[in-house]
Design a protein around this ligand. Structure first.
Ligand code: SF4
Ligand code: SF4
Length: 339
């Protein structure tokens, strides 16, 4: 059985418990933040196990590689603390169960992972993805099970992720281009945290796009747009990839405007929070986030995650901004889509 690698002494000697000090949903003094995370480490009761909204951010805040968020999930499950009502927790487990209904294209050495989100297949098309468009995988058998951390069910990850990795191994692929941050974060953060070997090279889709934009340089017509960016929760698992957004947008003549809820201070889309903390908390997060976007004066809100896009598109449109996925902006810049 796989187990989370966690070093108690790394937390015990931590000079700044940023995991909880920077948490946007709980407020602690430095001393209390350290006390509470140590309670979690030792498996004792802590307010964190009750109030954590599962925003993933402490995975980014901890600069000492000790996976506070995964530990919170483990402790919750050990103690039988559910984050959402049991029917919702079970619904997520059931609807993402492997049932042999997956799809694969004409699989080559490099494959495009569309996780279990049909939107990713549509996005992964056109000249940017011409070389891998037909070499794709889609379905629960290839889905990263990170979503179950939101429901304090790391046991589902420990059971399903090895099967996903084994299935990729069976295909004999060398590289997997992950079209969703959650997949790339699962393969590069969760799998190693649990000592699971990944039998291929995970490639982040924004790295892939950057390379393709070099090839397609002659076709790029700078868009001259001002935008804000909605950073998804799963980007917290791969913070070194966050700067790629500005790099890509810079190449297609798009300026990202500063706002309050940006970068390390970003707010999640709010829809998972709705299931976990209720309507009031989710509405508050979404209102603060969208008001902040509108105050920036941006024309577009750029999304990375299709789940965030579906959660916020209507609200963003009502606030006067146009919702768009970063891939569609790139397609506009090379003349594949209308601006
Ligand atoms: S999880 Fe990271 S930031 Fe938090 S106390 Fe441990 S080492 Fe420090
Ligand atoms: S996951 Fe988010 S809400 Fe939970 S402790 Fe970490 S930073 Fe706070």
């Amino acid at each position: 059985m796989y187990a989370l690698k966690h070093e108690e002494n790394v937390c015990a000697t931590c000079p700044s418990p940023d995991c909880l000090l920077k948490c946007q949903y709980m407020e602690f003094s430095k001393e209390d933040a350290h006390k509470e995370i140590m309670k979690v480490v030792r498996g004792e009761d802590s307010v964190v196990l009750k109030d954590c909204t599962t925003c993933y951010a402490c995975e980014e805040y901890c600069s000492r590689g000790n996976h506070p968020y995964y530990l919170i999930c483990e402790r919750r499950e050990e103690k039988g603390i559910l984050t959402a009502p049991r029917p919702i927790t079970n619904q997520w487990i059931n609807m993402t169960e492997m049932q042999g209904k997956f799809m694969t294209g004409s699989v080559e050495d490099t494959v495009m992972s569309c996780c279990m989100l049909p939107e990713l297949k549509k996005l992964g098309s056109g000249d940017i993805f011409a070389e891998i468009e037909s070499s794709f995988v889609f379905g629960a058998e290839f889905m990263c099970p990170a979503v179950h951390t939101h429901f304090a069910k790391p046991s589902v990850i420990k059971e399903r992720l090895p099967k996903v990795l084994e299935r990729y191994k069976g295909l004999g692929v060398k590289k997997v281009v992950c079209m969703h941050d959650e997949c790339y974060g699962t393969f590069t953060s969760i799998a190693p945290a649990y000592g699971m070997e990944v039998p291929f090279e995970p490639v982040y889709y924004m790295d892939y796009i950057l390379e393709r934009l070099k090839d397609l340089k002659e076709r790029i017509r700078p868009l001259g747009l001002k935008v804000v960016y909605q950073r998804p929760c799963s980007n917290r698992l791969i913070p070194d990839k966050f700067p790629l957004v500005e790099k890509i947008l810079g190449k297609i003549g798009v300026e990202v405007l500063n706002r309050t809820y940006d970068g390390e201070n970003c707010l999640c889309c709010g829809d998972i929070v709705r299931a976990i903390c209720g309507y009031q908390a989710a509405d508050d997060i979404q209102k603060r986030n969208v008001d902040d976007m509108a105050a920036s004066g941006a024309e577009y809100c750029v999304f990375n995650c299709p789940f965030c896009q579906s959660a916020l598109s209507d609200k963003v449109s009502k606030a006067g901004l146009k919702p768009v996925h970063i891939i569609d902006l790139c397609k506009m810049a090379i003349g594949e889509k209308e601006v």
